[in-house]
Write a protein that binds this ligand. Sequence first.
Ligand code: PRX
Length: 659
Amino acid sequence: MSESITSMLQENRIFEPSEHFQSHIGPIYVPDLKTYHDMYRRSIDDPAGFWGDIAKDFHWYRPWKRVVDWNVPDAKWFVDGTTNVCANCVDRQVKNGHGDELAILWEGEPCSPDPEVRRLTYRDLLREVSQTANALKSMGVQRGDVVTIYMGMVPELAIAMLACARIGAPHSVIFGGFASPAIVDRVQDAKSKIIITCDGAWRRGQIVSLKKNVDDACEKLPDVQNVLVVRRTNSPVTMHTGRDQWWHELVSNQSSECPCEEMDSEDLLFLLYTSGSTGKPKGICHTTGGYMIYTAHTARMTFNLVPQRNQVFFCTADIGWITGHSYIVYGMLPNRVPTVMYEGAPNFPAEDRFWSMVARHKVTHFYTAPTAIRAFMKWGDEQPRKHDLSSLLLLGTVGEPINPEAWIWYHQNIGQSRCPIVDTMWQTETGGHIITPLPGCTPTVPGSCTLPAFGIDAAIVNENGEELPANQGGLLVIRRPWPGMLRGIHGDRARFIETYWTKVPGMYIAGDGARRDERGYFWIMGRIDDVINVSGHRLGTMEVESALVSHPAIVEAAVVGIPHEIKGTGIAAFVTLAPQFKGPADDSLRKQLMEHVTKEIGAIARPDMIRFTTLLPKTRSGKIMRRLLRDIAAGKESTQDTTTLEDFNALAKLRENEE
Ligand code: PRX
């Protein structure tokens, strides 16, 4: 058991919802635990009644016939109902007289000396989204066509997503930190013919050349017919005649009238690629009605969002990840609480950037990842102290288990001991939160994501699906469908069934080990597959291994996670050299390999440590002994029985190579 889990087991500090929160947030939707348990019971026993009541507050062209059809592993929500997500995010607000309210507050990274800020109301959004939707149509995009979006965090990114939703073209957003081979894989898998990008993106004062990455990718993507380019950095780019168009030239000439497509509740809203245990990322499918209702409802409950109470919600994620999809865009706009979009790095121009933003924009809700909190800790208590953080009412975390030290620091230094912290557990696949405290009622314990969200029948089971007693570690599963659940992996039905539905038949398996304590609180212990969580970003060890072996000096690679002070988990790679490689296995080769992985996948996958070896330790059946490698990488003496090693020398050789 890792040290962090041991410290969690001893964690017994309890934090009750603060009076300050209760008296300042506005009406509290779930004011006490009894109400939570009653609502939770109903959401499980009568999902049709529970979700039907929530969905009634949205705009539907045609009402659903049944709330849910469930035939493991296929769920349909709001069956036969038709709606449009963009209409619910944008048009509905304008129609109901809220057109002049702030929808998106964007801040750019450069400060010269003040940062650029753009404020988009719902009316502005309606105009810009409609024009963009018409621009997409003018390029031949039709309902059902997948539009790839590879952009920095500029307002046009949210506008492009909403424009796609408006015309029924599913989007596939690729995180702007990925390198061009990652674009190639995703565009090919999605069979996408159009890419929306930017000339460049600002990141820590430097320009990331997004358009150049798209150009490189397009050399391998003959089917891409259109590239739409937002001008952001004014950096020089090559525009390919017949393929590339500037956003500002094409979009501003379009009509601002564009009707919303009437979509079936189960039509695809978007694909989002995420890592799994094979080398190939999988395109997670989210559909229209269920995702819309689930993200809006979880956002409302977890963050107790109340319109017109001067709430301002700042989620620091990039929209290239599910957190940004659900809690910067789709879950926020229907709730009419302004959502902050920030373009750049948290430490540019200085390490107090977020706190300066909180003070200037009077942010009430701040949502970030434990890895960021650990960086804030390192940057020092004086950074938040420079600013007035009194507007903050609620803090959130997401992406990985939070170590209690970071939780307490966040609570004291950012929350000033008055803001509840919601530790929200969820995944790309779940669409929205699945286990989380509710800020008005759930007592929190640092390191625990506490109780299941409404409609989530979460349990800890063994491989036979039997529920385990309190505090026994097991598999985290969900036993019933929920509206935000993934509907499949794009183009790979077999992988969908194999990954999520076969290990414990009939139940959704999250891929995390966890336990539940005597209070019923969940504690996530970490992934049980070959996925590692680096800085809250999910990476397949196989993806990094494939990138390493694509280098001519390497024949075999094994990648494992190692504890890392800031990232939570860092990347350790064990590599064997190709016989034809004659150079020395030294630091210069290490550096080359690190650069190579950055070029193949992106900086997030850059190994923290590379070890050369002539052999990798394997079992008799040929499986790499990852646990042994993890111990060696972490510098621990292995307590494992090593008699199954195919080559007993392997361990000794690895040890010899220790730096
Ligand atoms: O291992 C869990 C961890 O992140 C995984 C999901 O990663 P991804 O699909 O990229 O989505 C991240 C953002 C929703 C999970 O399987 N994880 C996420 N949130 C938490 C967490 N682990 C512990 N506590 C959390 N709050």
